[in-house]
Ligand binder design. Sequence first.
Ligand SMILES: [Cu+2]
Length: 183
Amino acid sequence: MGDALLDPSYDGFQIAVAVVFALIAVSLALFFAFAARQAGREMSLEAVTEAAYRARPLWLAFLAIVLGTIVCVTLFFTPYRPDTAAASATVKVVGGQFYWTMDPKSVPAGSDVIFEVTAADVNHGFGVYNPTGQLIGNVQAMPGYTNDLELSLDEPGTYLVSCLEFCGLKHHDMAAEFEVTEE
Ligand SMILES: [Cu+2]
């Protein structure tokens, strides 16, 4: 459930975003309504200062609770820690000036793929586009380090891999194809 909630393609994610947006919008509207009412009131500087100092620890406590809760809830679903045990295929990817090597170069449709991405020379950006041209995944390719990118590839076809970090004069040429075959 937690994982699904953080998946942007899941309806619940869109609903969660809408609810958070609505809460923030209503809070802002109430704040401005309150401020507009206060604007007409005469108040001494001392009274304003005193009120502000009284509100400050409450505001701190409010922020600590809200932000602390958000951190506690989301920390365990960090997207760049894919579940490698659940993957049905692993593809080793190396980016270099100016090429991609991928092994294997194709997987059957319906695969849960872990791309193990590294670089041979400088930093590159491993970007994957589905057959309709939408960017579906992107991770840094770094020398001496392997980043795991998890993608569920359900749609058969030719996927485009393109470098998304400027890496030299022929960066624009740094593209390759990856096949997802019919099940
Ligand atoms: Cu590159």
